[in-house]
Structures are given as C-alpha cells and as structure tokens.
Design a protein around this ligand. Structure first.
Ligand code: NAD
Length: 382
C-alpha cells in the first residue's frame, strides 16, 4: 500500500493547503494510506478530526512520517534538509519554482530524489484537470481586480444619481492569459470599461467575446511556444509596445499587468515616466511583482504609492481566497496522483515514460527530466 504524506505547509505564511478532508475519501479509494500532519487545515478552519473522520491518519513527528513516504505533497516545496529525510523511492510534489531553485535541484540530483513540479504540468487537454498554474492564475485574476477596487477612490460601474453622474472606471489589462481573462471578466461584471492587450494576436477575439476592447498594436511577428506561452519580444518590439500603450495607461484608473514569459523573467512593461502621466489616485496591480515585475516602480510583496499612484505588488494572489485555491489545487494534485497510480499493482508509481511526467518531473533517479531544465543543466555543466 502506498503512503501519501501531506505536510503542514513548509512556508509559514502560506494559507493554502494541499489536501481538504473531501479529498481523503477519493485517495482512499485508490488504496493509499493518507498521512496528514496535525493542524494541516488550520488556516482554512479544518480540524484534525475532519481529516480523521474522512479516513486519514494524523502524525506529529514530521521526520518519521517523511522517512516512510512514497510521496510527499504540499503547496510549497520542502526544505533541502527535509527532502533528504525522504527515502530514495519517494517523490515530492509541489509548486517547486524550478527555474529559481538551482541549489535544490543539485541536492535532488546528488541524493537521487524524484521531484515533480506543478508548474511543469503540460498544457494539454489530457492535463487540464492537473493544471495548477491555470487554477491558481484564474483566482489571481479575480483577486487582482478586487485589490485594485479596494485601493481605488472611485466606483467601477457608472452611477446616475440626483447628485450627479459617476463615470465608469477605465481598466486596462496587459497580458490576456488565464489570469488576464479572469481579470477582464471580473472587471466587466463590476461595470468597468475594459481595454486589454496581449502580444498573441489570437487574444483579440477572446477579449472581445468578454465584451472588452482589444488595443491593437502592430509589433510585426510575435511567436508562441507549442504550449501556447508567449515568446520574448525583441528589444525594438518591446519599446514599440511600451510607446503604443502609454496613452492607454495614462488614461486608465486601474492598470493590471499579468504578462509572463514561461521560465524567464517577466517583461518590463510600465516605466516610471509613464506612471508620472497617470491621474493621482490611479491604481496599478503588478501580478509579476514577486518575480521581477512588469512595472518598474513595483515593490515585491508590498503596496506602495509612487507619485500619487498606488502600485500593488503584494503577490500570493490566490492565497487571498485560500479555501477555493486549496480546493482547486488539491483537485489538481489528486488528478495527477490518480494518473500516476498503477492500475495493476494499485501502487503510486513514478513512471518517467508517462507523458505527463516527461515534462513535470524535475529530477528522477539522479537525472534532470524536464527538457527545458535538462538543456539548461547540460549547458551549465558542459
Ligand atoms: P502566462 O502566465 O505565461 O502569461 C500571461 C500572458 O502574458 C500570456 O497571455 C502572454 O501572451 C502574455 N504576455 C507575454 N509577454 C507580453 C507582453 N510583452 N505584453 C503583453 N502580454 C504579454 O500565460 P498563461 O496564462 O499561463 O497562458 C498561456 C497560454 O496557454 C494561453 O494561450 C492559454 O490560453 C493557454 N493555456 C492552455 C491550456 C490548455 O491547453 N490546457 C491551459 C492553460 C493555458
């Protein structure tokens, strides 16, 4: 019988949780033993008894539990010392942050531990149920609009009252991936006038189908990867984009930036001189603030005021709606574990030939598996 261990989150400020009591019954149907660290559900209001009633075993000795695990599952990755406490056959599964964790990858290779990164789940129809990046990004899009609203000194919808007419807020959303689309839908529902832009031309139709306007900027050819991610623009294209969107930014009450480049630093899209042109009291939300930022003035993890414009760089967007974020993440994990279960042996099995794992595995048996990481590590060691 495989032992799946769910630890209390390694990062003390993490409010999300990798397992809800409802998931336990489904895992048990696979034939797994579910071990859950005491107080795992504290941030969401679930007690140990909720997990026990669902069929889980509670532990308090984390080292002992790690030493018998076939898989350790969490939102954030385990610390290096804890990874080393797991048996060689164990696989850790979390948001591993694979492009910023060279020390951890080196340690996984040295200790021959397997590790799955939820950021590396392929963008395919088969993997939609496991796609934790999308589930969390969608909630982030919603939360960023709420944050912008609560920082703005005006209403989003138009209001016609005897005391005068209030104009609808103008919202500009840059980057129309999963988060951007949800942000557009949320701002539209609140009655704002929404304009959006993305370098991928196919986004125009998606934006219009949500009732928003697409800002047309002719950048020439822009490329995407086979997974649908945008490729980086050339320096000239980026300058052209910054110039072409400057008037729209200056005219907006709220700007939300969600532009990312998978595995790379996000592009810088709003420079300080453009912020100077915005109305006092306007709000910018920079989704990428923790990773370097789309906005020159944003500060990682903070909301600041720069020249009378509020710039929200808080990060941890999905954590603001931690219950829903946990439910979606826990379901993503469960779909992955179900896919990994060997139907003949009824055991949790790490099969490096599984198409999902060919991408999602960071390391397995002393080797880097994900092709992007593998080419990076081959270059570095050559
Ligand atoms: P992401 O988080 O990597 O990036 C967010 C957005 O930023 C993207 O739309 C990207 O085009 C945009 N961007 C990059 N540089 C920019 C710039 N300079 N200016 C403006 N925008 C810029 O993307 P994501 O949200 O993860 O989604 C990427 C794609 O993958 C989308 O097409 C999405 O529909 C697709 N997707 C497919 C599946 C699936 O098939 N299962 C699942 C999820 C997402």
């Amino acid at each position: 019988m495989s032992v799946l261990v769910f630890v209390k989150e390694p990062y003390h400020l993490e409010k999300r949780c990798a397992l809800l009591p409802d998931n336990v019954k489904i895992y048990k149907r696979l034939g797994a033993t579910i071990q859950v660290e005491s107080q795992i559900g504290d941030t969401l209001g679930f007690t140990d008894q909720h997990y026990i009633d669902a069929g889980a075993e509670i532990f308090t000795d984390r080292s002992a539990a790690l030493s018998t695990a076939h898989a350790v599952l969490s939102v954030r990755p385990l610390a290096l010392e804890e990874l080393a406490q797991t048996p060689q056959t164990c696989c850790s599964i979390s948001f591993f942050d694979p492009f910023n964790s060279p020390d951890k990858i080196a340690s996984l290779l040295d200790n021959k531990r397997s590790c799955i990164s939820m950021e590396l789940i392929p963008r395919s129809t088969r993997c939609q149920k496991m796609d934790a990046l999308s589930s969390q990004a969608s909630l982030a899009g919603y939360v960023m609009v709420l944050k912008a609203m609560s920082n703005l000194h005006k209403t989003l919808p138009m209001m016609m009252t005897p005391a005068g007419t209030l104009k609808p807020a103008k919202v500009f959303i840059i980057g129309v991936g999963v988060a951007g689309l949800q942000a557009i839908a949320t701002a539209k529902r609140m009655g704002a006038n929404v304009i959006a832009y993305d370098t991928r031309p196919e986004c125009a139709q998606q934006v219009q189908s949500l009732g928003a306007k697409f800002l047309n900027i002719d950048l020439g050819v822009t490329e995407s990867t086979d997974q649908g991610y945008a490729k980086a623009l050339s320096e000239e294209q980026l300058t052209l984009q910054q110039q072409a969107q400057a008037d729209c930014i200056a005219d907006s009450d709220i700007v939300i930036t969600t532009a990312q480049l998978f595995g790379r630093k996000p592009p810088l899209l709003i420079s300080n001189d453009v912020i100077l042109r915005m109305k006092p009291g306007s709000v910018i939300v920079d989704m990428a603030a923790l990773d370097g930022g789309n906005v020159e003035a944003s500060v990682a993890g903070e909301t600041i005021i720069y020249k009378a414009v509020k710039i929200v760089g808080d990060g941890d967007w999905a954590g603001e709606v931690a219950l829903d974020a946990s439910q979606m993440y826990a379901n993503n994990l469960m779909a992955l574990v179900q896919d990994m279960y060997n139907t003949e042996t009824s055991l949790f099995t790490v099969d490096a030939q599984n198409d999902v794992l060919k991408s999602a595995l960071v390391t397995y048996n002393g080797e880097v598996i994900n092709p992007i990481l593998k080419s990076q590590y081959t270059k570095e060691t050559a």
